[in-house]
Design a protein around this ligand. Structure first.
Ligand code: CUA
Length: 313
């Protein structure tokens, strides 16, 4: 239910273990303090008798000052150790070797994520396909404001800051779908800046990768053909990329395989024909403030463009 409580990578496990340890220490302190207060209240419940008056004890005061200080120092030390461990991104790299720098580049945009696989050149939006059991180096950058990349079950949080490159490890211990989100308020659609990590087995990943490398064919269905014309006539190509066409812009998400995506608009809507039509007709009604303009498509036009987009798979 709460992904932070179900770690699925060594790093997330280490964070979880520390969290539980600190939680236990805090709980123990709470129980002791609250228990002593309860005992004191119970003992002094009679208003008739004045309880025994205590005017301080130097020894005890030293104990309860030194005790908490030691606990705080200890928690600081184990936290610092963990931060250094989970941050241990190999900055040592062959000079000028861009490819060795990272496996994935993730770019935060208001309000969606762009993912580039360095080795294959595959570009995704809001979905990150990874092979299970492989520790991936992720480079994080921002196209606009500060975002924060967080997959609670797999890794620590890492801020995504304009003009700066941050790095984290991403690894899934077992195949599955892991929810990720933007964890730094970044504007009015911050809540709809979600993504999912799909951890596949090595075979599945190889299959996915080879499938992704094939550019989608030209549409055959009449509605899709009409939609393709509308797509380019309405300058959708000024913002989006569709591999193998003149659309090569990177302001909006890469649409090369938009039909294969499970969700649209940073998780705001499921990827269905009806939702796609709704989105095309008035994106601002679904995600106010997003950069996708309203092209005032008629119902038929929106359906044709949707048919074209659904042919991209
Ligand atoms: Cu991006 Cu919040």
């Amino acid at each position: 239910m709460f992904p932070v409580f179900q770690p699925e990578s060594p790093e997330a496990q280490a964070i979880y273990d520390l969290f539980i340890l600190v939680l236990m220490i805090s709980a123990a302190i709470f129980i002791i303090v609250a228990g002593l207060i309860a005992v004191a209240l119970w003992r002094g419940r009679s208003r008739a008798i004045l309880p025994k008056q205590d005017f301080g004890s130097e020894k005890r005061e030293i104990y309860w000052m030194v005790g908490p200080i030691l606990i705080v120092i200890w928690i600081t030390a184990i936290s610092a150790k963990l931060i250094l461990t989970v941050n241990a991104f190999p900055k040592i790299q062959p000079p000028g070797d861009e490819m060795a720098e990272a496996d994935l580049t993730v770019t935060g945009h208001q309000w969606w994520w762009e993912i580039e696989h360095h080795e294959s050149g595959i570009v995704e939006a809001n979905e990150i396909y990874i092979p299970t059991g492989k520790k991936l180096r992720v480079k994080l950058q921002s196209a606009d404001v500060i975002h924060c990349f967080w997959v609670p079950q797999l890794a620590r949080k890492m801020d995504v800051i304009p003009g700066r490159e941050n790095y984290i490890w991403l690894e899934a211990g077992k195949p599955g779908v892991y929810q990720g989100r933007c964890a730094e308020y970044c504007g009015n659609q911050h809540a709809w800046m979600n993504f999912k990590v799909y951890a596949l087995t090595t075979d599945e990943f190889a299959k996915w990768e080879s499938g992704e490398k094939v550019a989608p064919g030209t549409p055959a269905e009449p509605a899709a053909v009409a939609g393709e014309k509308l797509f380019f006539a309405h300058t959708c190509s000024n913002c989006h990329t569709v591999a193998g066409t003149v659309a090569q812009a990177t302001i909006g998400p890469d649409l090369t395989r938009v039909a294969s995506r499970k969700q649209l608009a940073g998780g705001a809507i499921e990827n269905s024909t009806e939702n796609l039509v709704r989105w095309l007709k008035n994106p601002q009604a679904i995600k106010p403030g997003c950069k996708m303009p309203n092209f005032k498509f008629s119902d038929d036009e929106a359906r044709q463009v949707a048919a074209y987009l659904e042919s991209l798979n």
